[in-house]
Design a binder for this molecule. Structure first.
Ligand code: ATP
Ligand code: MG
Length: 532
């Protein structure tokens, strides 16, 4: 596209913008795709075309219809209307198997691997022709070669349960490549990765498109879309807004295309400064904890959280953040230490005791630890409160109250779903998070432990969640914000702790917290003099 203004490209109609010279042959073209679910039109006439040899990003707010479109392309859903062409020929997929046979592969956000099998065995299992024991040896060599070629190094003999999340994703990519995928769809692949792993993934994706494959990349992170994609198609409310050349857009342009208005992230304004003389809301002393493999993960962590304070906890994934959050919220029993809220000791290792002490938790793994996916929104918002009034009267649940309460939370937190009876598993990722936040805020906590609270959310939803966190602090609550996203930590925190190998290696007031300083501490490069 020659024009620098993406808005013009959009005004010119939903067609892909033209490259100088002849446009590349479209490997995939989806036209007029309609997919209805009860109460929702998830795709409402979507046009999408991805060319050979490009990384094509799919961008849109939570619930815009991205996952639905990719599920149609991979044969998981059948569209109600519309047409799919592959290399110019119309195709119909009745199952993911059909799509795979045509060369369309998908890397889901939740991996589909057998944990007790080795990497090679998992790849063999996925082979459409089946692979015998003797051929596995050959496969191991092939995997090693593919790993070297695409930057997907992983030990073919390692068992999947031993692998990090980033390595498991590499196995999923190897599986797809081994099956001969020409078009690869990745739905929010970086949500589970560290920034370093994400960079490595981008190198792999570029290597794949350099060979003429097509990559469809779904992400909410605009700087990633800028870094890795050639073109971007934006969806809004189930419709195509337009397709633009990545190089012609800034991240601000992309944000505006996505939500239809300007989005600006500033340092949050606070109603009250934190009173350094106020008695701490929460005291954590000498807390140590082990990870799920029994290795030390948190070492002698101690800090105080004051009323109205947002305390950021920064660190590269795997440096003890998760275990620290779990220790504080009662999900993991510390091996040493104590925690007090409002001056009273909290019984450790009990979720119920932590909750009763006023500690609310927005966990990292929302669908598995935070919510019951098969239950309705209404049931989920009372999951932690159904035993007492007003959700129940005597032994009976007050269903009328529960529905009203859920409906109110849905409007306050902008949960987009047909109604309070919709099962949570049918919601888009961002809406799942809003349900969880709504429930935790409604419990009137003293301390809110929020782990990566905006991960997977679109820019509009991120604004909402950040505003809510600031509001919680302004109401005098303490917020412990655990995140790998430095920009988020810097935008919200009054003070920042840095975890490195399970130890607090920095305690930096907001005024001194810069990305450089925190980054250095996160890498173990320096120990702040603030910490003895
Ligand atoms: N199987 C389903 N049954 C009913 N409704 C569904 C189903 N799958 C998706 N939806 C609804 O369709 C709409 C589009 O959802 P989709 O998951 O495609 O959004 P998305 O763009 O991937 O969002 P996110 O960024 O939050 O992942 C949402 O309103 C969602 O609740
Ligand atoms: Mg999605």
């Amino acid at each position: 596209m020659s024009t620098a203004d993406p808005a013009q490209a959009v005004a010119a109609g939903g067609e892909p913008t033209e490259h100088p010279g002849s446009p590349p042959a479209a490997a995939v073209r989806m036209s007029g795709i309609v997919k209805r679910f009860p109460g929702v039109v998830a795709n409402d006439g979507v046009d999408f075309a991805a060319a050979l040899g490009e990384v094509h990003a799919l961008l849109g707010e939570n619930g815009a219809g991205k996952s639905t479109l990719s599920n149609i392309l991979t044969g998981l859903y059948r569209p109600d209307e519309g047409r799919i062409e592959l290399d110019g020929r119309a195709v119909h997929f009745d199952s993911p198997r059909d799509a795979l046979a045509a060369g369309i592969g998908m890397v889901h956000q939740h991996f589909r691997l057998v944990p007790t099998f080795t990497v090679a065995e998992n790849v063999a299992l996925a082979d459409p022709h089946g692979i015998g024991r003797r051929q596995v040896r050959h496969l191991r060599q092939e995997l090693a070669a593919m790993g070297a070629h695409y930057g997907l190094a992983v030990d073919p003999d390692a068992r999947v349960w031993q692998l990090s999340v980033g390595e498991q994703q590499r196995v999923e990519l190897l599986k797809a490549l081994h099956r001969g995928a020409r078009v690869l769809i990745l739905d929010e692949p970086t949500a589970v990765l560290t920034p370093q792993e994400a960079d490595a993934l981008f190198v792999t994706l570029r290597a794949m498109v350099a060979e003429g494959r097509t990559v469809v990349f779904i992400s909410h992170k605009l700087h990633e879309v800028k870094a890795v994609s050639d073109r971007v198609t934006v969806l809004r409310h189930g419709r195509t807004v337009g397709t633009v050349d990545t190089a012609s857009c800034t991240t601000t342009d992309l944000a505006r295309l996505m939500v239809g208005r300007d989005v600006v992230f500033r340092r949050a304004e606070r109603a009250h400064p934190v009173d350094p003389a106020a008695a701490p809301l929460m005291r954590v002393r000498g807390v140590s904890a082990v990870n799920h493999r029994g290795q030390p993960a948190v070492r002698q962590a101690g800090f105080e959280l004051r009323p109205g304070e947002i305390l950021g906890v920064a660190g590269v994934a795997g440096n003890g953040q998760r275990e620290l959050a779990e220790a504080i919220t009662g999900m993991r029993r510390p091996t040493a230490g104590s925690i007090e809220v409002g001056g009273s000791p909290v019984r450790l290792g009990s979720v119920r005791a932590a909750h009763a002490a006023g500690i609310a938790h927005v966990p990292e793994d929302r669908l598995h630890t935070g919510l019951a996916p098969s239950l309705s929104i209404a049931s989920n918002v009372v999951l932690t409160a159904y035993r007492r009034p007003p959700a129940s009267r005597g032994p009976f649940l007050d269903r009328g109250y529960i529905r009203r309460h859920a409906t109110e939370l849905m409007s306050r937190f902008d949960v987009r779903a047909p109604g309070p009876d919709t099962p949570v598993r049918l919601l888009s990722g961002g809406n799942v998070q809003k349900v969880l936040l709504g429930r935790e805020f409604a419990s009137d906590p003293k301390v809110l432990v929020a782990a990566s609270p905006t991960r997977g959310l679109d820019v509009g939803a991120i604004e909402t969640v950040r505003r809510l966190l600031v509001q919680a602090a302004d109401e005098g609550r303490g917020v412990l914000l655990i995140s790998e996203d430095l920009e988020e930590i810097l935008a919200l925190s009054d003070r920042v702790l840095v975890l490195y190998e399970g130890r607090i290696v920095g305690d930096v007031p907001a005024a001194d917290a810069t990305a450089e300083r925190l980054g250095l501490l996160m890498g173990g490069g320096a120990v702040s003099r603030d910490v003895g």
